[in-house]
Design a binder for this molecule. Sequence first.
Ligand SMILES: [Zn+2]
Ligand SMILES: [Zn+2]
Length: 250
Amino acid sequence: MFTTTEIAVLVIVALLGHAMALFWHLAEKRDSPLCSTRIYDVPLKKGQLQREFKNSVLTPLHAVLLGAMLGFGFFDNDSWGSFLITLVCTFIWAEIWHYFSHRAFHLPSLLWIHREHHRSQINSPLTAVSFSFLEKLIFDLGILLPLVIADQFISVNFFGLAAWFIGYLVINSFSHANFEFRPANYNRHVGKLMATTIYHSLHHSRYTGNYGLGTRVLDRLLGTEWEDYERLYDRVCSERRPLSRLKERT
Ligand SMILES: [Zn+2]
Ligand SMILES: [Zn+2]
């Protein structure tokens, strides 16, 4: 039913979130240069890691849903052109879907779906895989179901979609570290479009604003970006002064 390569890719998608958490745990423990620029000098809440680990058992849901759709016969185009088109379209759609669904989750009536992820105000190696089941289900189905519909017309490539999930799991893990690894001048060029770890840390510590997934584009267009973000980035990365309070402004 599945090829060996497809099974191998699904296993990677299922386990990568935890592998990245382990990577950050070891990097911090061994004083890796990746952990030289701390963002918040604030301790984690008691019991945070245990709570996040319990939530993280749901992470293989990405692979289960992706595998189920492959099993139903979707996403069977195997050309390189389709791989690239699928990857680019998924990237763009995921930014749009995540931004608007994330803003909806912050409405008082829907916050219960998203609250579990926000119980982590300072991020840990496991925060990137700590969500409620319903939030992850909505996130995944919102990405996959439009592609199932698109598959009827343009034929979607499974590996292009899996490549996006792999990129998402790696980048999302970097976005939830309490360390910024990008250079101090990042926001002078590519950082005008792309989000950073500090960008998403502010969303957790302040609870609102900076809703974007991998980019700043929709936050900037729709006025939901924290106005002191770039100043704060300079303070943490150039002056090497971490923030000492959750609501600290610059
Ligand atoms: Zn949120
Ligand atoms: Zn988060």
